[in-house]
Design a protein around this ligand. Structure first.
Ligand SMILES: [Zn+2]
Length: 281
């Protein structure tokens, strides 16, 4: 029986959006893969009548307007992944505001509404960017999903469950991605290489554990995860594994989850699951 609601999220970016390794020149249109890959995900969601949250990169939406229109037409939530896929700690607050504004304008034009949520590229919100939540709240965002309790790229001591953040201009929900605690630290079972690598039974166990404690699990996917024949950037071995490795069955893995658990958008979770929770930060 599927009683509890979780969130499935998709970072809408192309195969070459790998932080720190993105090509410095424009990738020709003939090499874009985003439309077909997003379509594969949408067809699966349509089959299960599940709505998901799509964090759209503004620069991708601007040159591929049909992608956002198709996502919005399916009743999914369109949220913001920023404009340029820059790490947030490499931006100034003014540049961050500008990225948000440009992406908001494109989403408003294509989906018909302003995004309620934001996700930073590569979980790059941390104590190095203390202004992020203030700026998001000031611009009317309802939630953020940019802080990961992972070693190395996140804050390994960070919360594994959603919580509220008090910002100067209001309160935001923060939705960390699903991780699985182990003796070696939290493992990224909720998305990326971890979602493609760890046994599906472990991922499902981790979702079930969170749900049993009354908390939703947030999973994430990239279009390149479901594009096994897509091109690859030339990357160092570990980075290559993280971006592209072991990716052949990502879509069947999502199907297994859809068979076993209920999913909705982050905006819905923010509205109903956490409405009565106490502020943590
Ligand atoms: Zn990204």
């Amino acid at each position: 029986m599927k009683l509890f609601r979780n969130a499935l999220t998709i970072d809408v970016e192309d195969w070459y959006h790998v932080c720190g390794y993105e090509p410095g020149h424009a990738v020709p249109e003939s090499r874009w893969r985003i439309c077909d890959a997003v379509e594969r995900i949408l067809l699966l969601l349509d089959e299960y009548k599940v709505q998901a949250t799509f964090f759209v990169l503004g620069s991708v939406a601007a040159r591929q307007p049909d992608v956002v229109k198709r996502i919005a037409a399916g009743g999914h939530e369109v949220a913001s992944h920023g404009w340029s896929h820059s790490l947030i700690h490499e931006l100034t607050p003014e540049q961050f505001r500008d990225e948000l504004a440009r992406t908001e304008a494109v989403i408003k034009e294509q989906a018909g509404y302003l995004p309620a949520g934001f996700r930073a590229p590569q979980w790059s919100v941390s104590d190095r960017t203390p202004w992020v939540h203030d700026i998001l709240a000031e611009r009317g965002y309802c939630y953020d999903s940019s802080l990961s309790p992972l070693p190395f790229i996140g804050d390994r001591r960070g919360s594994r469950v959603p919580y509220r953040i008090r910002a100067a201009a209001g309160t935001l929900f923060e939705f960390p991605p699903l991780v699985t605690p182990t003796w070696f630290g939290n493992m990224p079972t909720g998305g990326g290489w971890g979602f493609r690598f760890f046994p599906p039974a472990l991922i499902e166990f981790s979702v079930r554990q969170l749900n049993a404690s009354g908390q939703p699990a947030v999973l994430y996917l990239h279009p390149r995860d479901v594009d096994p024949d897509g091109p690859r950037l030339r990357l160092p071995p570990l980075k290559r594994f993280a971006a592209y490795g072991t990716r052949n069955d990502a879509l069947p893995r999502v199907r297994r989850l859809l068979d076993r658990f209920r999913f909705t958008t982050l905006k819905e979770l923010a509205a109903d699951v956490l409405l009565h929770s106490d502020p943590v930060v």
